[in-house]
Design a binder for this molecule. Structure first.
Ligand code: UDP
Length: 482
C-alpha cells in the first residue's frame, strides 16, 4: 500500500545503527505545518501529540506568527514543540488580507521562506528535521521539504469521501463533468447526489480561490511519501479501499484527545490551542441539567449565518422548549433577536466559545445541532452523540449526507427552496426527532461508531497500525549521513 520513500538512505543497517546511537532518544524529528484555522490546527496538533507521546518522535508544530502572538503561545504544547512561520500578515492574520486569493499567495511566499529557515536552523542541532507533515491546503510545503531532501506526509483534515471528490476532479474532471452521474462514480461515492457534493461543486462559482486550493491539494501528492486522512477505516471502508487503488490514503484518526478515546496519553484531555476564549460557565450549567435534556448548538469557528437564519434558529430553539447551550461567536451576536439572551435565560445558555469535547461528552447533552464541520462531526461520532446537521458550505453538505445516509447518526435539515432558509418549524421538528423516539436508534448507532473509533486508535487498531508503519518506515529511511 505504501509507496517507497523516495529519498536516499545508505542502508538499513546504518540507519538502524544511527537510531540506536541517537543520543537524544528521539527516533526522528517531524515538523508539522497546519493551515492556520481552528479546524485545521486541532487535528494536526492532536496527531502531533500522539506521535510525540507514544511513538517516540520529536514533533515541532509551526503556527503563524499572528496566531502565536495573539494567543501568547509558549514554546511547547504538551509533548509538542512550537515554532512560527509568517503568513505575510503577522499583525492581523487573514482578516488583514484583501482577498482569499491574496492571502493564500502571501502565505505561500512568506510561509515557504519561514519553513526553509526552520529546517536550516535545525540542521546543526542534535535533532535535524527528517520529515514534514503538512496540510495539503499548503501544497508548497512539500516542495520546500523536497528541496532539503526530507520525507513528506500530506495530512488531510477532511473525510476520504470529500478528498476523493477533489482527487477525481483534479485528475479527471469527473465531478463537474455533466456526463458524470452517481452511477459513474467509483464505489463509495455513488451514494452522493449532486446536492451532497462539497459546495464548490454544487454552488458553481462560489469561492473560486478556495475551490482551486482544495483541488490543488492533489497537485503534488504523487511526490508525497505518505498521505494521511483524519478518519478511520471502518467509517469510510468503501471509499478508502476505492481511493487507495489510485492514491494510497492512510487513515490515522480520529485525532481527538486521547482521554475521550483510548485514554493512552497522559494529560491529553484537550487540543490545547483555542483561537477563541472558552466560557467556563458551560460545565457548571450543564451539571444542573438532567441527562439527555440539552441541545448543544455550535457552528465551528467560521460559519457566518445570515441575520434571518439566526432569527429562525433562535425561534426554532425556543419553540422546542428544550434547554440549549448555544455557541454564538462575538461576530454573530448582533444577529440574535432583540433581548433573546435575557428572555431565554431560564432555558438557554449562550456563550462565545465552549470546551466542545467536554460538552459533547456531558451526559446532560442529548443532541448536537451542528454545521457539520468535519472536526465537530468526528468528535460527535467519537463521543456517541446524535446530530442535527445544518450544513453551510465546503465539505459540510457531504458530511451531513454521510451522517444521515451512511452512519445513520443524525438528520440533515431541509432548506426551504423559496426563502433559501431553514425555517423555525423545520429546526424544531428536526430537534424533536433526534431528542425523541427516532433519536434512540441514532444514539445506538452513534455508540457503535464510538466503539469503532476507540478500536481504531487503540494499540493494534487500524489507525494505530498505520501510524506505526509510518513511524518505522520513517526511522528506517532516515538519511544515514546526517
Ligand atoms: N470548537 C470548540 N468550541 C466551540 C466550537 C468549536 O472547541 O465552541 C472546536 C471543535 O471542537 C472543533 C473545531 O473547533 O474541533 C471546529 O472545527 P470544525 O471542523 O468542526 O469546524 P470549522 O471551524 O473548521 O468550520
Amino acid at each position: 500500500m505504501y509507496k517507497q520513500i523516495s529519498y536516499n538512505y545508505k542502508s538499513l543497517e546504518r540507519a538502524k545503527e544511527r537510531e540506536a546511537m541517537a543520543s537524544s532518544g528521539y527516533r526522528a524529528h517531524v515538523l508539522a505545518i497546519p493551515y492556520p484555522s481552528q479546524g485545521h490546527i486541532n487535528p494536526l496538533l492532536q496527531f502531533s501529540k500522539r506521535l510525540a507521546s507514544s511513538k517516540g518522535l520529536k514533533v515541532t508544530l509551526a503556527n503563524t506568527i499572528f496566531i502565536a502572538n495573539s494567543l501568547n503561545l509558549p514554546k511547547s504544547a504538551g509533548y509538542v514543540q512550537l515554532e512560527t512561520i509568517s503568513d505575510g500578515y503577522d499583525d492581523g492574520g487573514f482578516a488583514l488580507a484583501e482577498s482569499i486569493a491574496v492571502y493564500l499567495s502571501r502565505l505561500e511566499a512568506e510561509g515557504s521562506k519561514s519553513v526553509a529557515e526552520i529546517i536550516t536552523r535545525h540542521k546543526s542541532t542534535p535533532n535535524p528535521i527528517d520529515c514534514i507533515i503538512y496540510d495539503p491546503f499548503l501544497p508548497w510545503a512539500l516542495d520546500v521539504a523536497k528541496q532539503f531532501g526530507l520525507a513528506t506526509a500530506a495530512f488531510f483534515t477532511q473525510t476520504c469521501t470529500v478528498n476523493y471528490t477533489y482527487y477525481l476532479e483534479h485528475h479527471h474532471g469527473l465531478i463537474r463533468n455533466p456526463a458524470s452521474s452517481p452511477n459513474n462514480l467509483p464505489l463509495g461515492l455513488h451514494i452522493l447526489e449532486p446536492q451532497d457534493m462539497p459546495s464548490f461543486f454544487s454552488v458553481p462559482g462560489s469561492y473560486p480561490a478556495y475551490f482551486e486550493m482544495v483541488l490543488n491539494q492533489f497537485s503534488n501528492t504523487d511526490k508525497a511519501d505518505f498521505i494521511f486522512a483524519n478518519t478511520f477505516y471502518k467509517l469510510e471502508e468503501e471509499v478508502v479501499d476505492s481511493m487507495s487503488q489510485v492514491c494510497p490514503m492512510l487513515t490515522i484518526g480520529p485525532t481527538i484527545p486521547s482521554k475521550y478515546l483510548d485514554n493512552s496519553i497522559r494529560d491529553n484531555k484537550e487540543y490545547g490551542l483555542h483561537l477563541f476564549e472558552i466560557d467556563s460557565a458551560c460545565t457548571d450549567w450543564l451539571n444542573t441539567k438532567p441527562a439527555g435534556s440539552v441541545v448543544y448548538v455550535a457552528f465551528g469557528s467560521m460559519a457566518n449565518l445570515s441575520d434571518k437564519q439566526m432569527q429562525e434558529l433562535a425561534l426554532g430553539l425556543k419553540a422546542t422548549d428544550f434547554h440549549f447551550l448555544w455557541v454564538v461567536r462575538d461576530s454573530e451576536e448582533a444577529k440574535l433577536p432583540e433581548k433573546f439572551k435575557e428572555e431565554m435565560a431560564e432555558k438557554g445558555l449562550l456563550v462565545n466559545w465552549s470546551p466542545q469535547l467536554e460538552v459533547l461528552s456531558h451526559e446532560a447533552v442529548g443532541c448536537f445541532f451542528t454545521h457539520g464541520g468535519w472536526n465537530s462531526t468526528i468528535e460527535a461520532l467519537s463521543l456517541g452523540m446524535p446530530m442535527v446537521v445544518m450544513p453551510q458550505w465546503t465539505d459540510q453538505p457531504t458530511n451531513s449526507k454521510l451522517v444521515e445516509g451512511l452512519w445513520k447518526v443524525g438528520i440533515r435539515v431541509t432548506v426551504d427552496q423559496n426563502s433559501g432558509l431553514v425555517g423555525r418549524e423545520e429546526i424544531e421538528l428536526c430537534i424533536r426527532k433526534v431528542m425523541g423516539e427516532e433519536g434512540i436508534e441514532m444514539k445506538m448507532n452513534a455508540k457503535k461508531w464510538r466503539e469503532l473509533a476507540i478500536e481504531a486508535v487503540s494499540e493494534g487498531g487500524t489507525s494505530d497500525k498505520n501510524i506505526d508503519e509510518f513511524v518505522s518506515k520513517l526511522v528506517i529511511a532516515k538519511p544515514a549521513s546526517v
